[in-house]
Write a protein that binds this ligand. Structure first.
Ligand code: ARG
Length: 460
């Protein structure tokens, strides 16, 4: 239980808080990580109060000095084991201890409602920047691997079945582009986060006409929330950040899944860096892709946070409600987790070793069946007929246990003599990828254009 002298609202209460309420109500263990943001908000508020004549210049300086001393104490772990209700109560108590009675003036015209909304927005902007930097690093790692693997060929899969040959670069960039879109979503979310709630008071607007534009400028906000009632209850920015983080985590899980599959003995397309794998306590031969499995699993938990947040917000009345406090931990964990996952995958991608011979061995002639149909089309057949004809060829090759391009001439003639010339011109996987010069295709020239664009998307 907080010491009665540690709560901000004791005056009208005759009875102490029930310990069962205290257990759920006390948010300090979660929101103590907002201490830097809370101090920034407090410093800005000191200036705002001086601006409206609530504080003298001397009081302003005393409070600013006091907040510096509080920063030192928090830096030294003053939040450790503290019994205060939340970060705002803790900061106010510590300020009283270091600055004396003048500390009692700081909460003038302000509420923990507009304060918390402001702290959370400041925290979110920093967290968004951190996730963005991690995604950019992962994107750069994928682009670097793509650039090295430009001339490495592998099968691409649909339904986890061999489909068509692509460049390894094309595969790596297929996992980079979603991250570029994630970065766009984060930038968009950040714009709507940089809107200042402070000055909204509890709900109706501060009773003191503080200069909110000056507050916004001082704290790094681009805009001022236009409605105090909306400002204290609006957590859209947390949902947007967590959604962007969730989608990034989902993208990370897809990359992880590909790499888990490709690193199995059955595929063997890539070898994972040892530092990102673990052994088995029983089976001495095992090397498990734990980093990738953790990344894959984390996506589910981040998604759960998003759903939990939206469910808490649904049907909440206008203005601040304590329900909102439950969402803070979800915001923190979703952003933390997705950032750690992106950083982890960057390490895996940097240390990845492609195995060209295993990729080449998987490029059987069947992956060029579409090319054969295309060649028949070029010779004048309607695509449907070409598709059916190649289908019969595939079936016959399967019956004879031969690759599709190795049937004896007599077999080909028996199926359809029009197959002979396209089969002779079919070529290997390289010819197949080089037929895909279309923009966004996997031919060398097209991938080079793509590489340049991807490089720019992750440059900063
Ligand atoms: N700890 C609270 C939260 O996280 C701060 C706001 C409290 N406001 C209130 N009216 N009790 O939401």
């Amino acid at each position: 239980m907080p010491d009665a002298s540690h709560v901000m609202w004791g005056g009208r209460f005759a009875e102490p808080m029930d310990p069962r309420l205290d257990r759920l109500n006390r948010s300090l263990p979660v929101d103590r990580r907002l201490w830097r943001e809370d101090l920034a908000t407090n410093r800005a508020w000191v200036h705002a109060l001086e601006g409206v004549g609530v504080l003298t210049a001397a009081e302003r300086d005393a409070l600013l000095r006091g907040l510096d001393a509080v920063a030192t104490r928090l830096e030294g772990g003053a939040a450790e084991g503290a019994d205060d209700e939340d970060i705002h109560s803790l900061v106010e108590r510590l300020l009283g201890e270091v600055a004396g009675p003048v500390a009692g003036k700081l909460h003038t015209g302000r509420s923990r409602n507009d304060q918390m909304a402001t702290d959370l927005r400041l925290w979110s902007m920093t967290a968004i920047d951190g996730l963005d930097a991690a995604l950019a690093a992962l994107g750069r790692a994928l682009v670097a691997r793509a650039s090295e693997g430009l001339d490495l060929l592998m099968p691409a899969y649909t339904h986890t079945q061999r489909a068509q040959p692509v460049r390894f670069a094309h595969w790596a960039l297929a996992h980079a582009w979603p991250l570029a879109r994630d970065r766009g979503r984060l930038a968009d979310a950040r714009r709507r986060t940089a809107v200042l709630p402070l000055g909204a008071g509890a709900i109706a607007g501060s009773g003191f006409a503080v200069d909110r534009r000056a507050l916004a400028a001082r704290l790094g906000f681009a805009e001022v929330a236009p409605n105090s009632l909306d400002a204290v209850g609006d957590r859209d920015f947390t949902v947007e950040a967590v959604f962007a983080a969730t989608l990034a985590a989902v993208h990370a899980s897809r990359l992880a899944e590909d790499l888990i599959l490709f690193s199995t003995a059955e595929f063997g397309f890539v070898a994972l860096p040892e530092g990102f794998t673990t052994g088995s306590s029983l089976m001495p031969q095992k090397r498990n892709p734990d980093a990738l499995e953790l990344a894959r699993g984390a996506a589910g938990q981040v998604l759960g946070r998003l759903v939990g947040m939206l469910t808490t917000l649904k049907a909440m009345p206008a203005g601040y409600q304590k329900d909102l406090q439950e969402n803070n931990v979800a915001l923190f964990e979703a952003l933390d987790r997705s950032t750690v996952v992106a950083l982890l995958l960057e390490g895996v991608v940097v240390g990845l070793r492609p195995v060209p011979e295993r990729m080449a061995a998987a490029l059987d002639a069947g992956t060029r069946a579409t090319d054969l149909a295309d060649l028949l089309v070029r010779a004048g057949l309607p695509f449907r007929d070409a598709h059916a004809l190649v289908g019969r060829l595939v079936r016959r090759a399967e019956e004879l246990s031969l690759p599709l391009d190795a049937l004896p001439p007599a077999e080909i003639r028996a199926l359809d003599p029009r197959l002979a010339a396209p089969l002779a011109a079919l070529g290997g996987a390289l010819e197949a990828v080089e037929r895909r010069t279309v923009e966004g295709g996997t031919a060398r020239a097209a991938v080079l254009v793509q590489l340049e664009r991807a490089g720019a998307a992750f440059a900063a």
